[in-house]
Design a protein around this ligand. Structure first.
Ligand SMILES: [Zn+2]
Length: 326
């Protein structure tokens, strides 16, 4: 059912909130839910959905976009997660939709795009997930901010939540000063009140982690992830190769040589056999491998990333998957 939030702003409640910004008989949607919104456009006088903008890659927000896309709607996504939508298997993160979702236009962060005179600006908003943006726009003289699922206590380690994300969100929201906050679930809220409530918990979230984790000795961030792979799941032909990027973390409070090695199934090989880079204290560095897989088909064959920092072995800190095609 639709709720009318302003003359030209509507909310469709689905598996997530879908917001429709209307101009004449066209609309832009923020997120798409299941896509059922497409069956109810007439009720708000909309003939066609021109674009969908996404707040993040979670399946409750974006699964319906494939249906809208098939009907001629262009899909827009902020630059910090467009690739997640298009290559979901390449990412180790939660709540992915299993099919690739095409992105017709990648929106640079903090840059304004216009649709029928309405300014729409995506800003990076990591926290609930690293791959998220809030979307700022004005409708009927009110500043609105669609925040996806960036709620208090809704941070998720497996979505690459990082310390500092929540305080940065408070800073961003205060700067944008929306009259109205449009969440991905639940009712629309008064901007200043929602920001004050979020701010009351943002720093506390970081402070609790800092008290619980041995960050001064071994800083693996809030989620404890020491290495990340791209692609996380690859699909080469038998005997084929995968160009693998490993982002390794130096968790120590000093600059250090960081060594990465792949532990592979029998008959596979990696070039180089081991990679070493200098990584700043508590920083990350990226190394690449050319991985050559075996000649037999395999489904979700597993390998591991071994990490050694400043001579200190951290063991197998990450796993990746390869499906060798038939
Ligand atoms: Zn979400």
């Amino acid at each position: 059912m639709w709720s009318q939030l302003a003359d030209d702003l509507f909310l469709w409640r689905d598996c997530c909130n879908v917001y429709a910004i209307r101009r004449s008989d066209e609309a832009v949607l923020v997120d798409s839910g299941t896509g059922a919104v497409a069956d109810h456009l007439e009720a708000i006088g909309v003939r066609r959905v021109a674009h969908v903008l996404h707040t993040h890659h979670h399946r409750d927000q974006c699964q319906g976009s494939l249906r809208l896309h098939a009907a001629g709607t262009a899909l827009w996504a902020p630059a910090n997660f467009a690739d997640v939508l298009e290559h979901p298997h390449a990412y180790k993160t939660q709540c992915l939709w299993y099919e690739p979702i095409p992105v017709d236009r990648v929106l640079p962060l903090s840059e304004t795009v216009f649709w029928r005179g309405i300014a729409l600006t995506p800003y990076a908003q990591p926290g609930h997930t690293r791959y998220a943006a809030c979307i700022a726009f004005s409708v009927d003289g009110k500043r609105c901010l669609a925040i996806g699922d960036q709620f208090v206590h809704n941070y998720v380690y497996a979505n690459q939540f990082a310390l500092g994300d929540y305080p940065a969100t408070v800073e961003l929201w205060r700067r944008l000063a929306p009259d109205r906050i449009l969440p991905g679930h639940g009712p629309a809220e008064d901007g200043p009140a929602a920001i004050a409530r979020f701010a009351a918990h943002a720093q506390e979230t970081d402070d609790l982690h800092a008290r619980l984790l041995p960050l001064h000795e071994v800083d693996l961030g809030a989620g404890g992830q020491a290495a990340e792979l791209y692609p996380y799941h690859a699909f080469p032909a038998p005997g084929g190769t995968v160009h693998l990027r490993v982002t390794a973390r130096n968790p120590l409070p000093r600059d250090a040589e960081t060594r990465v090695r792949l532990a592979l199934p029998n008959g596979w090989r990696a070039e180089p056999g081991e990679a070493a880079i200098a990584v700043a204290a508590r920083g990350t560095g990226t190394v690449t491998f050319r991985l050559t897989v075996g000649g037999k088909a395999a489904r979700r064959a597993r390998y591991a990333v071994e990490l050694t920092v400043d001579g200190r072995p951290f063991g197998q800190v990450e796993e990746g998957f390869v499906t060798v095609q038939e």
